[in-house]
Design a protein around this ligand. Structure first.
Ligand code: TRP
Length: 347
């Protein structure tokens, strides 16, 4: 069986939450059993929206790596990459930006949303966000990209860029395909989509008490004023969570039936949900606590992966530069680069 080349990643914007777990991480963890996986910490991408907090980025890189490993990403099997430590990401991004019109980038939905929120003239870097993301993927000639639903427009653009490049310069890149997870969108505590910056997230690193407190305060059926009113299960985040996390199907069905009939209160549904979530999160919290005791080891694991990925990146960039008529094999004096040329068929 041929294994696929996987590349995906997160921006280090803060500790990971349950939306990341079921929207992306679970799929990544399953893929690393059989495929060749590259997991990217996209720190350059953070600058597109937040370039004023350098220390924060540094700290968040470690938070994200700790959460990934605690959730089950295995650095023995998969390659972790710190984007800014591999200059070929930015270099390929710039080269590929020549093949995309600004009109096309202005139509990307995430860009339109952010421009609306920003109320300012967007930066060139923000507009180029999906071009850099395409470079992340194409640099490793990835064939599959497991992402959340919100990333599909970016994947479409990456595919367009791959086709355009191949048509202009000859077959170079596979067209990367998106892979969606079992839960594309998890509601947050307030029933909007769960998002780090909305303050509505259940974090993987929350203590059992924090998790319980957050669950007890969760949004539920607003039309239900008394526990014996018949309640709505559809569109109620409590039940969305039970569906996703509660392994006991018969308990979920029983709660749903009784909720509709008005014979179980929100407090009971929430208590059981808190118990279920704490069972899911318990082992991850334990692993995370151990990992965070040695942050320098975490950093070293990230750097080991980054060093291992570099030859592949350098090789693709040399190929791209050569095809585009640039100085592909110029002597740079960079030992890693020399290594990649000697290494040959890594990519
Ligand atoms: N844009 C992605 C997100 O916000 C992060 C990302 C950067 C990414 N580069 C990538 C995802 C390459 C997949 C592939 O979640």
């Amino acid at each position: 069986m041929n294994s696929e080349r996987i590349l995906t990643g997160h921006r280090p914007t803060g500790p990971r939450h349950l939306g990341h777990l079921v929207g992306t991480l679970e799929t990544w963890i399953a893929l690393q059993e059989r495929d060749e996986c590259f997991f990217l910490i996209a720190d350059l991408h953070v600058l597109t929206t937040d370039f004023a907090h350098p220390q924060r980025i540094q700290a968040n890189v470690l938070e994200v790596v700790a959460d990934w490993l605690a959730a089950g990403i295995d650095p023995q099997r998969s390659t972790l990459i710190l984007q800014s430590a591999v200059p070929e990401h930015a270099q390929l991004g710039l080269a590929l930006s020549m093949l995309v019109s600004t009109a096309r980038l202005q139509r990307v939905p995430t860009f339109k949303d952010q421009v609306r929120e920003l109320g300012l003239q967007p930066s060139l870097g923000l507009m180029a966000y999906p071009v850099l993301q395409a470079a992340d993927i194409l640099l490793y000639k990835a064939t599959r990209v497991p992402v959340g639903e919100d990333q599909l427009p970016h994947l479409e653009l990456a595919r367009e860029i791959a086709r355009r490049f191949n048509a202009l310069y000859g077959g170079t890149f596979p067209e990367p395909q998106a892979l969606l997870s079992r839960v594309p969108r998890l509601p947050g505590l307030d029933n909007r989509v769960m998002h780090t910056s909305y303050g509505n997230a259940l974090l993987l690193k929350d203590t059992p008490e924090e998790t319980t407190r957050k669950v007890m305060g969760m949004y539920t059926d607003p039309t239900r004023l008394h526990p014996d009113d018949p309640g709505h299960v559809e569109g109620n985040p409590l039940f969305a969570y039970h569906e996703v996390f509660n392994p006991d199907r018969s308990e979920v069905e029983d709660l749903e039936r009784r909720y509709r009939a008005g014979t179980v209160g929100d407090v009971e549904v929430k208590r059981r949900l808190a118990r279920v979530l704490n069972e899911v999160l318990g082992p991850m919290r334990e692993r995370r606590r151990e990992l965070m005791q040695r942050p320098e080891r975490l950093h070293e694991m990230l750097m080991e992966g980054t060093r291992a990925a570099r030859p592949c990146a350098a090789q693709t960039l040399a190929e791209v530069y050569e095809r585009m008529g640039l100085a592909a094999r110029a002597v740079t004096g960079d030992p890693l680069r020399a290594l990649s040329y000697a290494g040959g068929a890594f990519c």
